[in-house]
Design a binder for this molecule. Structure first.
Ligand SMILES: NC(=O)c1ccc[n+]([C@@H]2O[C@H](COP(=O)([O-])OP(=O)(O)OC[C@H]3O[C@@H](n4cnc5c(N)ncnc54)[C@H](O)[C@@H]3O)[C@@H](O)[C@H]2O)c1
Length: 238
């Protein structure tokens, strides 16, 4: 991966598929070097670009997560996009904890490990929340709890590092076409329910979320801190 001292360096967890992969491509197209961490790092959905390095890493492996981030030469933005949903299995304690660890605890760990780099670069963090940050869900209690937690963690860390020049924000994607949502998209009844409530009457694209993440990391967002921006075609307005 080509890198000069002045090239912005972006880390994307969950960068090997879906929204994270699109975000990695967004930054690479803009000239940054990107490290995309995730599972199935050489798989079908992993982004391919000369400035993107995909690395297999389980964000629940705290030691490896810390070591990887601490060992970076520089860091301008951390995008926490890794996330899982386990549906009704989330009523089992082990699965509940696994989802919380992946979607929430690992975000805290990555953010803490990244903080010294980001203070040096006056960089930023963008977390990926969800519509389930606003709604409860009887179908996925851990996912919903983790995404509710992401909003408050975003607001808390936004306060913590504000005077150190590090901004922390989140996007809350609506229904986005990615491998995670494939099952729902393929279910005609569920998909029709989603589309009928979405004022824009369509699924969102991962690139449309990536563009808002890009905005939050740009100088245009220099006074945006602790914000959670819905990217949902208007779903939350109904
Ligand atoms: N697709 C949607 O409609 C939607 C809506 C709202 C929020 N989100 C959120 O967006 C984020 C990305 O989801 P997506 O739709 O792109 O899904 P996806 O399944 O396409 O991608 C998820 C990514 O997370 C990674 N990941 C999962 N567990 C991991 C682990 N233990 N360690 C490291 N990486 C891990 C995967 O490897 C993959 O790169 C998630 O946080 C998800 O909750 C998605």
């Amino acid at each position: 991966m080509p890198q000069t001292l002045n090239t912005p360096f972006i880390l994307v967890t969950g960068g090997t598929s879906g929204i994270g992969a699109s975000t990695a491509l967004h930054f690479a197209h803009a000239g940054a070097s990107v490290l995309a961490l995730g599972l199935d790092a050489q798989g079908l959905h992993a982004p391919r670009h000369p400035r993107i390095q995909c690395q297999e890493l389980d964000v629940c492996d705290s030691a490896q997560l810390n070591q990887t981030i601490e060992g970076l030469p520089r860091l301008d933005a951390l995008i926490n996009a890794a996330g899982i949903s386990r549906h009704e299995k989330e009523y089992q304690p082990e699965t509940f904890m696994q989802v919380l660890h992946t979607n929430l605890t690992a975000v805290m760990q990555a953010s803490m490990a990244a903080a010294p780099h980001l203070q040096q670069s006056r960089g930023c963090i963008v977390n990926v929340a969800s519509l389930y940050s606003y709604f409860g869900s009887k179908d996925r209690p851990a996912y919903s709890a983790s995404k509710g937690g992401i909003v408050q963690l975003t607001r808390s860390l936004a306060q913590t590092w504000a005077t150190a020049g590090v901004r922390v924000n989140a996007v809350a994607p609506g229904w986005i076409a990615t491998p995670l949502s494939e099952g729902l998209m393929a279910d005609p009844e569920a998909s029709a329910g989603i589309l009928s409530r979405t004022p824009m009457q369509r699924w969102g694209q991962a690139a449309e979320v990536a563009a808002v993440i890009g905005f939050l990391c740009s100088p245009a967002a220099s006074f945006v801190n602790g914000a959670v921006i819905p990217v949902d075609g208007g779903y939350l307005t109904v």
